[in-house]
Design a protein around this ligand. Structure first.
Ligand SMILES: C[S@@+](CC[C@H](N)C(=O)[O-])C[C@H]1O[C@@H](n2cnc3c(N)ncnc32)[C@H](O)[C@@H]1O
Length: 217
């Protein structure tokens, strides 16, 4: 059994993450977030792209202003990069900044009409009340056989600096430990699961990165 340890249970009055990030997009705070996430995402892309064979398709889940999709489009062999996010202002920005395919949708209540070889997600999963079920959906319904999921989270048990974020922002975040995320990946069906701390330094315990493959039947 997974021990869920939300520091901020979903309570009346908690605002939605997508409303928060629409506010951020309108104040151009997505640009600082992009810079702040870049080092971790670079490691996540290096790890996962090493497993891709050209041509491959990719989707960024919780894509914000779409910057990772634009980066993926520059990678040789990337035939298609799609983004999905529940914040209207973020998706409007993504559509303005690039020509890629962007979907406005609140997850987990949407799924793509095609499957992908690479699923990327940075700082999205813990905003869900049930990220474990989302990982299973991504594995079962979004990913091609042999495909890879790579996801990064900064709000996790071992990152004590992140524990105050739910109350500071008044947004629900699901708190899980590194071990719980690893077991969630395996229970979702992923194989060859790798857990990694990206961009760790003396002052940062690192982005917790989980990567796994969907087995070929
Ligand atoms: C911390 S931001 C990260 C954005 C982007 N991945 C980046 O690194 O810049 C989290 C994103 O997840 C989106 N999000 C949060 N909960 C969501 C949900 N239930 N459905 C769809 N998008 C959601 C937010 O709108 C926001 O754009």
């Amino acid at each position: 059994m997974f021990k869920e340890r939300p520091t901020s249970p979903t309570i009346m009055g908690t605002r939605s993450a997508t409303d928060l990030f629409s506010e951020w997009a309108m104040k151009n705070k997505d640009e600082g977030m992009e810079r702040g996430h870049a080092a971790s995402v670079t490691e996540m892309l290096d790890m996962s792209l090493a497993q891709m064979k050209a041509p491959f398709s990719a989707i960024d889940v919780g894509c914000g202003n779409g910057w990772v999709c634009r980066a993926l489009e520059q990678i040789e062999g990337c035939a298609k990069a799609v983004g999905v996010d529940g914040s209207e202002a973020m998706i409007n920005k993504a559509r303005t900044l690039g020509e890629g395919e962007f979907h406005l949708a609140t997850l987990p209540g949407w799924k793509p009409t095609e499957r992908f070889d690479l699923i990327h997600s940075m700082e999205f999963l813990y905003y869900l009340t049930d990220p474990i079920s989302m990982l299973k959906l991504l594995h079962d319904e979004w990913l091609n056989e042999g495909g890879v999921l790579v996801a990064g989270v900064d709000h996790y048990l071992e990152n004590e600096d992140s524990h105050g974020w739910p109350s500071a922002l008044n947004v629900h975040m699901t708190m899980m430990s590194e071990d719980e995320w690893g077991r969630a990946m395996e229970s979702a069906g992923f194989v060859d699961v790798v857990m990694h701390r990206a961009a760790a330094s003396d002052s940062f315990v690192g982005t917790l990165v989980m990567m796994g493959k969907k087995q070929v039947a």
